[in-house]
Design a protein around this ligand. Structure first.
Ligand code: FAD
Ligand code: DLZ
Ligand code: SF4
Length: 502
C-alpha cells in the first residue's frame, strides 16, 4: 500500500482533500467502527446507528467507485476498540508509505491522531466555506467581531445572496422581523416527516445497535434518517420543495407534538459531510417559491452560524471546554433522560429528543438549554448531554452552541447576552402553556411557571454582571419594578426548584 487514507465517521466525502491524488491501484481507505467513540459518552441508539449506517453506505459507494476499503466493523473479532490501536493495527497490516487524514471534527480526536507513533498527514477540510486560517485572519482584522460581522464578510466573500453592485439582495442583510411567528390557529398544515427507506445495510445496523447497545438511551424505532448520498439528496429536495418556503416565517415557532415543523433536518448529513454546505445552499437558492425571508434565514444558518461556531471552536480549544463564566455547577436533572417532568414544554422537547435524537433550534436554545442555564447546570454537563442525545452532535458544533450560545459559559463570545427568558416567551411562541399545570405569567405560588420564577431569579442573581449590558436594559428595568419582598420570595422558590425541578 502506498497511501492509507483514514476516513472518520464525520468525513464521509469521497471528494475531500484526503482523496487528492488517490490512486485505486495502490491506495487504501481505512474506516473504523470503534467502541470508544460510542462509549466515551453514553450515546443515543439512533446516533450510533446513524454513524454506523452512514459509514457503511460510504464504504459501499467507495467500493462501487473501484476504491479499496479496509473496513473494521464493530463486531470484527480483532477490533481493538479505539482509533489509536486500530490505526496502528492497519499500519502494521498494510504497511503504507504514508497515512493521510482530514482535520477531525473533535479536538480530542485530533490530539489522538497527532500523538500516534506514525501520525497521519493532516489535510485542511474543504467542506467548509471558511478555513481555519481564513477565520484567524478574519478575527485579526475584526477584533470586535460578532456573528453579524462574520456573516456579512462571508456573504461578500462568496457572493451568495449578493447583487451585481455588491449589495445584499433585497437591500437588507436580514429579515428577522418577519421570522418570529408562532404557528397560531390558521397555520398551514405541516408537511409530513420525510422518512428515508430501510435498506439491507440500515436494517443490519439497526439489529446490531439494538443488540449491542440495548442499554444506551433513546429509541431506535425512528431509524429513517438519510444515511447515503442518494437518500440525503432526496431529503434535501423534499426540504426545498415542501418546507423551505415557510422556513423563515416559522423558524422560531414551537408546537406540542411537532418535532420538525419547517426545519430541514439536514444537520446530520451536513455534519457527516454526506452533503456539502455549498450544494445545500445552491439547492435552496434555486427554489422559485421560497421568499427572501426564508432564503436569507436559511443561508444565514449555514453560511453564518455553522461556519462561525466552527471558527470559534478551533480558535479557542482546548480551554474553551472549561469556560464557565456564570460559575454554574449543578448536574443535569434526571428528567432530561426520561421526559418525566410536569413542565409541558420540556417534556415535549425531551420526548422529541428521545424519539428522534433531534429537537429543533428553538427547542434546544429556548427550552432545553434555557432551563439548564436558569437553574445553573455546569455548561460542559449540558454539552455532554447534548453529545449523548443528538444525531447531529459533533464536538466542534455542539460545544460552542451549547456551552457558548445556550449557557453563556464563554462569557459572551458567541452571544453578546445570555438567552434568558421567562415562560412568557415560550407561551408566545408555542401552544405548550395552555395544557400545562403551570401559569407562565406567575413567578410565585404553587402554579407559578418554573421558567418565570427562575428567569427573575437569574436576573437578580447576576445583576452585577448584566445590568450594565445595554441589550439587557429593558429586562433590568422590569426587574427593578418588582417589590424587594417579591424578589426574595422568587429567589427562595428558585433555589428550591433548582434542587428539585418539578
Ligand atoms: P434547520 O433549522 O433546518 O437549519 C438549517 C441548517 O443550518 C442546519 O442543518 C445546520 O447545519 C445549520 N445551523 C443552524 N443553526 C446553526 C447553529 N447555531 N450552529 C451551526 N449550524 C447551524 N447543530 C448541529 O449541527 N449539531 C449540534 O450538535 C448542535 N448543537 C446545538 C446545541 C444547542 C444548545 C443549540 C442551541 C443549537 C445547536 N445546534 C447544533 C444548532 C442548531 O440547533 C441545529 O443545527 C439545528 O437544530 C439542526 O436541525 P435542522 O437541520 O433541522 O436545522
Ligand atoms: C460518533 C461516532 C460514533 C458513535 N462512532 C464512530 C466510529 O465508530 N468511527 C468513527 O470514525 N467515528 C465515530 N463517531 C464520530 C467520532 O466520535 C468523532 O466525532 C469523529 O471521529 C471526529 O472526527
Ligand atoms: Fe413550560 Fe411554563 Fe409554559 Fe408550562 S407554563 S409549558 S413550564 S413555559
Amino acid at each position: 500500500t502506498r497511501n492509507l487514507v483514514i476516513v472518520l465517521g464525520d468525513q464521509l466525502d469521497g471528494n475531500s482533500a484526503a482523496f487528492d491524488g488517490f490512486d485505486p491501484e495502490v491506495d487504501v481507505i481505512l474506516q473504523m467502527e470503534v467502541l470508544e467513540e460510542a462509549a466515551y459518552i453514553t450515546q443515543h441508539k439512533l446516533r450510533i446507528a446513524y454513524f454506523f449506517a452512514s459509514m457503511r453506505h460510504f464504504r459501499q459507494d467507495m467500493t462501487a467507485r473501484g476504491r479499496r476499503v479496509h473496513y473494521v466493523a464493530i463486531d470484527h473479532p480483532e477490533n481493538s476498540g479505539s482509533f489509536e490501536t486500530e490505526i496502528g493495527r492497519a499500519q502494521r497490516l498494510l504497511k503504507p508509505e504514508r497515512t493521510i487524514a482530514i482535520e477531525p471534527g473533535d479536538w480530542r480526536v485530533a490530539e489522538k491522531l497527532r500523538r500516534l507513533p506514525q501520525p497521519p498527514e493532516i489535510r485542511s477540510d474543504r467542506h467548509f466555506f471558511c478555513s481555519r486560517d481564513e477565520f484567524a485572519a478574519f478575527t485579526r482584522d475584526h477584533p470586535r467581531h460578532i456573528l453579524e460581522t462574520f456573516y456579512r464578510f462571508m456573504r461578500k466573500k462568496t457572493g451568495l445572496l449578493m447583487d451585481k453592485a455588491g449589495k445584499p439582495v433585497g437591500s437588507a442583510w436580514n429579515y428577522d422581523d418577519q421570522n418570529r411567528k408562532p404557528l397560531g390557529k390558521d397555520a398551514p398544515t405541516i408537511p409530513p416527516k420525510r422518512a428515508s427507506k430501510m435498506d439491507p445495510i440500515s436494517a443490519e445496523v439497526r439489529d446490531l445497535v439494538s443488540r449491542r447497545f440495548a442499554s444506551s438511551p433513546g429509541r431506535l424505532e425512528n431509524i429513517d434518517l438519510p444515511v447515503s448520498r442518494a437518500q440525503a439528496l432526496e431529503h434535501l429536495e423534499d426540504f426545498v420543495s415542501r418546507r423551505l418556503p415557510l422556513f423563515g416565517t416559522y423558524q422560531d415557532a414551537m408546537q406540542n407534538g411537532e418535532p420538525f415543523l419547517y426545519h430541514s433536518r439536514l444537520s446530520g448529513p451536513l455534519n457527516l459531510h454526506i452533503l456539502s454546505p455549498t450544494e445545500v445552499i445552491k439547492a435552496a437558492l434555486r427554489s422559485e417559491e421560497a421568499p427572501l425571508n426564508a432564503l436569507e434565514g436559511f443561508v444565514r444558518q449555514i453560511l453564518g452560524w455553522r461556519e462561525y461556531v466552527r471558527g470559534i471552536y478551533w480558535q479557542r480549544m482546548p480551554h474553551y471546554a472549561e469556560e464557565n463564566a456564570l460559575d454554574a455547577h449543578l448536574r443535569m436533572p434526571g428528567f432530561y433522560w426520561t421526559a418525566e417532568t410536569d413542565m409541558r414544554c420540556l417534556a415535549d422537547a425531551i420526548t422529541h429528543t428521545i424519539d428522534h435524537a433531534y429537537a429543533h433550534h428553538i427547542e434546544r436554545l429556548m427550552v432545553l438549554g434555557l432551563f439548564a442555564m436558569l437553574i445553573g447546570v455546569a455548561p460542559y454537563e449540558v454539552h455532554r448531554w447534548h453529545m449523548s442525545m443528538f444525531w447531529d452532535a459533533i464536538d466542534w458544533v455542539s460545544l460552542p452552541n451549547t456551552l457558548g450560545m445556550s449557557q453563556y459559559g464563554d462569557g459572551g463570545v458567541i452571544a453578546t447576552k445570555p438567552y434568558a427568558a421567562s415562560g412568557a416567551y415560550i407561551n408566545r411562541m408555542s401552544n405548550h402553556c395552555k395544557g400545562c399545570r403551570f401559569d407562565p405569567k406567575k413567578s410565585i405560588g404553587e402554579d407559578a411557571c418554573p421558567f418565570t420564577t427562575l428567569y427573575w431569579s437569574f436576573l437578580a442573581k447576576h445583576r452585577q454582571r448584566f445590568s450594565s449590558n445595554g441589550r439587557m436594559r429593558n429586562q433590568y428595568t422590569n426587574l427593578d419594578r418588582k417589590d424587594p419582598d417579591e424578589i426574595r420570595a422568587i429567589r427562595r422558590r428558585a433555589d428550591a426548584l433548582a434542587l428539585e425541578p418539578p
